[in-house]
Design a binder for this molecule. Structure first.
Ligand SMILES: *Cc1c(COP(=O)(O)O)cnc(C)c1O
Length: 360
């Protein structure tokens, strides 16, 4: 018998990240990965640099100082927090721990790609539910729960659509799930949301036994390179994650930078204000240029093109020729759309100008 991986592994389409290089362009505008254009807090950078003295030491495997700081900042219980090397690691660990061959992992049609990839990696079956108006649909999701469903992933707000579901909708979703199904709320963009009806997912985690919230330092905290995320979970799930994770899964540099980043609330407020302002500015300009911007609660925006996939592809290529990298989202079932991260003022003005030129 020849060497082969477990069934399902070769069905995985490898994750292709946002582009970061444009050949021949004088300057590159990177709006393909939902990074914070303002970068991290200077305090986080200083904390990261200070860690160079300790590179021979193992990190604190329990990330205690970071968990305490997170708990303090967010009004949470430090014992319910588990840190990971990005929330991607926590997604993978949760699936590995709770689903396997014969089990179903449910998420919505245009949900984050890592849910399906992690499900297949664990040998489980990914199941998707249709969305309504590019938004997760509670009834559609509940209709696809079977006795094989072990987990439901909900990105709220979702990437790449930018849509979110309200507190009332989230509670209805949770109430409709059997207690044996783990509801994982991926709140990677929570800090950017300004809507009053956006759910406080942590409260649901504390009330229920089957809800986990995931958060990340990759987006508003501007620390994507360091790979740092965290889960807020019931005690039993915390226990499981602590059994399956690597003992030193989060580097000390990441812990130190994260700790400093949390303390810089001005930087976070500045990042939210910048995002809100330029998201709405770009939405208006993109609509005038002839694209269809979708409402977004995150630090990015989905643009739909009336000319469908052909137009989306040609706009992607034309922008790239001008050194502007945005994200094609065909892998999310949205071939007629592009996702644009909200960048600096200069970057948004350049992107708007380019969009007007290419759509003319
Ligand atoms: C960016 C993103 C993540 C974060 O990934 P990290 O591994 O923490 O960098 C998680 N979920 C969604 C929906 C995202 O868009």
């Amino acid at each position: 018998m020849s060497l082969s991986p477990r069934p399902g592994i070769l069905d995985i389409a490898p994750y292709v990240g946002g582009e970061s290089k444009a050949e021949g362009a004088n300057r590159v505008v990177r709006l393909a990965s939902n990074e914070n254009p303002l970068g991290p807090s200077p305090r986080a950078i200083a904390a990261y640099v200070a860690e160079q003295e300790n590179l021979h030491r193992y990190p604190d495997g329990g990330a205690l100082a970071l968990r305490r700081a997170l708990a303090e900042a967010e009004g949470l219980d430090a014992d319910r927090i588990v840190c990971g090397a990005g929330s991607d690691e926590l997604i993978a660990l949760l699936v590995r721990a709770y689903a396997g061959p014969g089990d179903e992992v449910l998420y919505s049609e245009h949900g984050f790609l890592m849910y399906g990839i992690s499900a297949r990696t664990a040998g489980a079956t990914p199941v998707t539910a249709p969305e309504v108006a590019l938004t997760a649909d509670v009834d559609g999701l509940l209709a696809r729960v079977t006795d094989k469903t072990r987990m439901l992933f909900l990105a709220n707000p979702n990437n790449p659509t930018g849509s979110y579901i309200s507190e009332a909708a989230l509670r209805r979703l949770h109430a409709g799930l059997p207690p044996s199904v783990l509801l994982v709320i991926d709140a990677a963009y929570a800090e950017y949301v300004t809507a009053a009806d956006y759910p406080r997912s942590a409260a649901l985690v504390e009330e229920a036994d089957n809800v986990v919230m995931l958060r990340t330092f990759s987006k508003i905290y501007g620390l994507a390179a360091l790979r740092l995320g965290w889960a807020y979970a019931p005690a039993a799930v915390v226990d499981v994650l602590n059994r399956v994770r690597g003992p030193f899964n989060v580097s000390q540099a990441a812990q130190a930078a994260g700790l400093a980043a949390i303390a810089d609330t001005d930087h976070i407020a500045k990042s939210v204000a910048h995002n809100t302002k330029w998201r709405s500015w770009f939405s208006e300009v993109a609509a005038k240029a002839g694209a269809e911007p979708m409402p977004s609660a995150g630090n990015f925006m989905l643009l739909r093109f009336r000319g469908g996939q052909a137009e989306a592809e040609s706009v992607l290529a034309d922008l790239k020729r001008r050194g502007i990298l945005v994200r094609g989202v065909a892998a999310y079932g949205l071939a007629n759309c592009l996702r644009v991260t909200i960048g600096t003022e200069d970057e948004m003005r350049a992107t708007a100008e380019a969009l007007q030129a290419v759509l003319r």
